[in-house]
Write a protein that binds this ligand. Structure first.
Ligand SMILES: C[S@@+](CC[C@H](N)C(=O)[O-])C[C@H]1O[C@@H](n2cnc3c(N)ncnc32)[C@H](O)[C@@H]1O
Length: 454
């Protein structure tokens, strides 16, 4: 490490000159990049170096010497311990501006695009928006606690009234802690891989307040008296569905393959705008429905459909965007690799009276290839991939299908920028608009819509 201008565990002073893709402050020491979580653009800070790599280092914020006028006191008492939120120290308007900048920078540096992103659409009240959470189980001095692992570690942090969840979820978490503490529950330990109860998944419909609960265990046994679920149903009549999931994996994966319905309904009903959705415990559903409605409406606005078009929604999940598009297009084809999501998507079509949406189970790579071979004209291709972005095979097939429009919904500016570079490389497509929609306030996660025309 001799040739590096920074040393482990030593303190340095620097000025924050930009942000990383996740909203960490970036400063430089002799042109060497240092990432500092919790630091704001323009601030002078003192940091302790905690990690040194070939091209960058990571520092821990020790002191803010000259604070930004946009620095505020985080509302959550465990903000610095938990790591689930990254931006509570920053005024919300600045979080929105920062997300716009992050996208522009990624598009310019990685994507070779020279475009101004539109201002980020934020929330009026950027708290308590999450409809889904995995709560880690811990037992300390006989008492069961629910919470999270500190980001990147197995250090347990009690949820302690997390401000991203509703008051009802927080109340339920407290109730579960009390009830499970009276039982012989053995909390699973990720380090030793011993114990049974790993996580509790809670999903909530934000408009009806109905709840689904999943107890995730390592063994087939629940490890507590199932009769306590009767009291839970009485105390929280909003709980409509309780499952057990068996997850034997030694890895830190969240869910196993086996589900057992313990009580109530098999699905939770939720809604985005005017549309209803049935959600099974493992299916993907946007965690912030208020912003998902805005995002889907914006996708439709850019699609500008007249009723004559054929649309492909690859990576369609439980068909949230496909159903919006089906209301205005002639036909929509949805592609999804996860079988349970395809099953839910089919139910969702029935639930919303949609008959012009056809669903295909399998990989976007394979189905897009078949479409291209079929020669069917396609007006619009929507892609909404996971964080890793689209494979080059998907992008290649999309270009060959020659849709008039491509709408790319992304939750990762870096892979979006990489993929846009590919889609625009031969000048077949031009990037027209980029709109960030804040799906994850208080965190560094950035969601956006990119709109391209042929
Ligand atoms: C970000 S979600 C999009 C969900 C949906 N558009 C929505 O708004 O609810 C990404 C989805 O892509 C699916 N997926 C991942 N890889 C895929 C692939 N190669 N082909 C098709 N679907 C894939 C995942 O199972 C997941 O449901």
């Amino acid at each position: 490490m001799k040739d590096k201008p920074v040393r482990l565990e030593e303190d340095y002073e620097l000025i924050i000159s930009s942000y990383s893709h996740q909203g960490e402050g970036i400063g430089r020491i002799d042109n060497f990049t240092v990432f500092i979580p919790g630091a704001i653009l323009g601030e002078r800070v003192k940091v302790k170096i905690k990690e040194v790599k070939k091209n960058f280092a990571r520092g821990q914020l020790e002191e803010v010497i000259l604070a930004s006028p946009h620095r505020i006191k985080p509302l959550c008492p465990v903000y610095s311990l938990c790591g689930g939120c990254h931006l509570q120290h920053m005024a919300y308007e600045k979080q929105l501006e920062m997300k716009q900048d992050i996208i522009e920078n990624a598009l310019e540096r990685i994507g070779n695009q020279n475009i101004k992103a539109l201002p980020t659409i934020g929330m009026k009240d950027p708290w308590r928006y999450r409809n889904k959470g995995y709560f880690q189980v811990n037992r300390k001095k006989g008492r069961v606690q629910l919470g999270f692992y500190k980001a990147g570690t197995y250090d347990f942090v009690p949820a302690g009234g997390c401000l991203l969840f509703s008051l009802q979820i927080n109340k339920l978490v407290g109730y579960l802690e009390d009830q499970l503490s009276l039982q012989k529950v053995v909390a699973y330990n990720n380090k030793t891989r011993e114990g049974n109860l790993r996580n509790i998944l809670i999903r909530e419909n934000k408009s009806t307040a109905e709840i689904m609960l999943v107890f995730i265990t390592k063994e087939d046994i629940l490890g507590f008296d199932q009769n306590i679920l009767n009291d839970l149903f009485r105390t929280f009549p909003q709980v409509v569905s309780i499952y057990q999931n068996i997850n034997r994996s030694p890895k830190a994966v969240l869910l196993g393959k086996n589900f057992r319905l313990l009580k109530g309904e098999p699905d939770l009903e939720d809604a985005i705008g005017p549309f209803k959705f049935k959600i099974s415990p493992q299916s993907f559903f946007q965690v912030n429905v208020e912003q998902a409605e805005i995002l889907n409406e914006k996708v439709l606005e850019y699609a500008n459909l007249s009723g004559e078009e054929t649309v492909i929604d690859s990576y369609c999940g439980t068909a949230a965007i496909s159903i919006y598009a089906a209301k205005q297009a002639k036909k929509v084809y949805g592609i999804e690799v996860e079988k349970s999501a395809v099953r839910d998507a089919k139910i969702n079509c029935e639930l919303n009276g949609i008959s012009n949406l056809k669903l295909f189970s399998g990989k976007a790579e394979e189905w897009l290839y078949r479409w291209r071979r079929s020669g069917e004209e396609v007006h619009l291709v929507i892609v909404d991939p996971p964080r890793r972005g689209c494979s080059s095979k998907v992008l290649k097939e999309v270009i060959k299908i020659k849709p008039k429009k491509i709408i790319y919904v992304s939750c990762n500016p870096a892979t979006l920028a990489r993929d846009l570079k590919y889609l625009t490389k031969d000048d077949d497509y031009k990037l027209k608009k980029v709109l960030p929609v804040d799906m994850f306030p208080q965190t560094g996660h950035v969601e956006c819509i990119a709109y391209l025309e042929r």
